[in-house]
Design a protein. Sequence first.
Length: 127
Amino acid sequence: MVLGNGKPPAGKTAPAGPGATAPAGKKNVAAALARKPSRKAAKDILVLELRRLRAMFTEIAERYVANTEGEIAAVIEAVEGKSPPAARVERMLKILHDLPVKPRKGRRKDLARIGKAAASLRKETGR
């Protein structure tokens, strides 16, 4: 609603049209975000992102470990539940003995090898 003089009534604001700017006295958030952050602010943001990355890494590692441990536990249950044939036991032992891991080094590829071995063992049990 606009009065005869082309101005909106007191207390009401005109709808923002194309090219409208933020009212005087209020910060333009988009402009503030577009500016390059100060060195201290950038450092603080970096530290927060690194902490977030660390937490994400920990969560992923914990889930990976839980999944692999679950597979190994399922194999243990299957072997304890019913005695597999001697040939199957030999194949499973070969999988375990041929596993080339070096736990002291803490390598990602060792975790992958253990995961693959657990999957192979689970296939051998038929589960």
